[in-house]
Design a protein around this ligand. Structure first.
Ligand code: A2P
Length: 325
C-alpha cells in the first residue's frame, strides 16, 4: 500500500481501464476482483464507468465490501472549469453506483470547450477541439469542496508538470495527494518523482508497459500516428531479468515501479494477463537488477503521450510539456 497524505492507503497495483471496451468491462472487472485487485482506475472520459458500476454492484451483492475497494476517476478536460467540477463527479458516481470515490483527479491541466448536448469536447468547423482557458487553482478550490462534502476521499492531479503542481501546492488548503503521469522504463520521471517525494505526493504510473495497444487507437480516433511506441515488453534487458526470475516481462516492468514505491495501473482485458500483472509481490528484484532497469530511462525523450493528438493543444497556456517542444 502507498500511504496518502489524506490518511488513506492506496493499493500499489490497480487495474487500468483506458481503452477497455465497455462490452468486455463487466467480465474484466469480475476477473480482476477475483484475482485480488482492489484498486480500479477509470475516468469520465473512458466511457466505461457504467459497466464498471454494474460489476461492482454484483460484487457487493456477493459480499464484497466498499471499504476494501479503491476507485479512482477523473474530471474530464471538457469539464475542467470551476462550475462543472461537482457536476462531473456526481455524474461519475451515478454511473459507478457509488456514494464516494477514493481518488478524484483533475485529468489534464488544460481545458476544452464542451459540447452541451453530448458531454464531450465541442469541435470547430475543421473538426478541432476548441481551447478553453481556465485557472487550475480555481478548479482545485472546487476539488477541495468535494473532499469536504465526502464525495471524494482524496484528490489529486494528472498530467500536470512540476510548476503546475507547485502552483496548486502554493494555493491550496487540501494538498494533492496523488499525481498520475506517464511512467515506464523509458520515461522514469526522475525529477517529478523527487519533487513529489518532497511534497508527500504519491506518484501513479500510467502506461507502465509502454501502452503497446494504443497505436491503433490513435490512428483510428485522431488519425494521428505517433512514431514511438516502444517495445518495452521485448527489451533484451527486461527479457533477461524475466528469465532470471521465471516471470513475464510485464511482471518485471510492474515490479520495477512497485519496488520503488510507485503505484502502477497496467491495463489488460485478458484474464491470464490480468492475473499475472498483479502477481508481483512474491519476488524481489536485486539492487543490480533495479539499477539495470533504472538505466533504461530516456527521460523526456521516452515520452509517448504528448497530447498533440488534440490538434492545437500545444497553444494552450496550460499545455504541460512546452519545454519539450
Ligand atoms: P490486453 O488488454 O490484450 O492484455 P499499458 O497499461 O502500458 O497502457 O498497456 C496496456 C496494453 O498492454 C494493452 O494493450 C494490453 O493488452 C497489453 N498488456 C497488458 N498486460 C500485458 C502482459 N502481461 N503482457 C503483454 N501485454 C500486456
Amino acid at each position: 500500500m502507498a500511504k496518502l497524505s489524506s490518511g488513506y492507503d492506496m493499493p500499489l497495483v490497480g487495474l487500468g481501464t483506458w481503452q477497455a471496451k465497455p462490452e468486455e468491462m463487466e467480465q474484466v472487472i469480475t476477473t480482476a476482483l477475483q484475482a485480488g485487485y482492489r484498486h480500479i482506475d477509470t475516468a469520465f472520459n473512458y466511457n466505461n464507468e457504467e459497466s464498471i458500476g454494474k460489476s461492482l454492484k454484483k460484487w457487493f451483492a456477493e459480499g464484497g465490501k466498499r471499504e476494501d475497494l479503491f476507485v479512482t476517476t477523473k474530471l474530464p478536460n471538457f469539464g475542467n472549469r470551476p462550475a462543472d467540477v461537482e457536476k462531473y463527479l456526481k455524474l461519475s458516481l451515478e454511473k459507478l453506483g457509488l456514494d464516494y470515490v477514493d481518488m478524484y483527479l483533475v485529468h489534464m491541466p488544460f481545458s476544452f470547450v464542451k459540447d452541451e448536448n453530448s458531454e464531450t469536447q465541442a469541435k470547430d468547423a475543421e473538426g478541432s477541439f476548441i481551447l478553453d482557458v481556465q485557472d487550475p487553482v480555481e478548479v482545485w478550490k472546487e476539488m477541495e469542496k468535494l473532499v469536504k462534502s465526502g464525495r471524494a476521499r482524496s484528490i489529486g492531479l494528472s498530467n500536470f508538470n512540476i510548476d503546475q503542481v507547485q502552483r496548486i501546492l502554493n494555493n491550496s488548503e487540501i494538498k494533492p495527494s496523488n499525481l498520475q503521469v506517464e511512467l515506464h522504463a523509458y520515461m522514469q520521471q526522475r525529477p517529478l518523482r523527487t519533487f513529489c517525494a518532497g511534497h508527500s505526493i504519491v506518484v501513479t504510473a500510467y502506461s507502465p508497459l509502454g501502452s503497446p495497444g494504443a497505436k491503433q487507437h490513435f490512428q483510428a480516433k485522431y488519425n494521428y500516428s505517433p512514431d514511438k511506441f516502444p517495445d518495452l515488453l521485448g527489451h533484451p534487458v527486461v527479457k533477461r531479468i524475466a528469465e532470471e526470475h521465471g516471470k513475464t516481462t510485464a511482471q518485471i516492468l510492474i515490479r520495477h515501479a512497485v519496488q520503488a514505491g510507485v503505484v502502477v495501473i497496467p491495463k489488460s482485458s485478458n484474464p491470464e494477463r490480468i492475473k499475472s500483472n498483479v502477481d508481483v509481490f512474491e519476488f524481489k528484484l536485486t539492487d543490480e537488477q533495479m539499477q539495470e532497469l533504472d538505466g533504461l530511462d530516456q527521460a523526456e525523450k521516452g515520452r509517448i503521450f504528448d497530447f498533440r493528438f488534440f490538434k492545437g493543444v500545444e497553444e494552450h497556456p496550460e499545455y504541460p510539456f512546452k519545454s519539450e517542444l
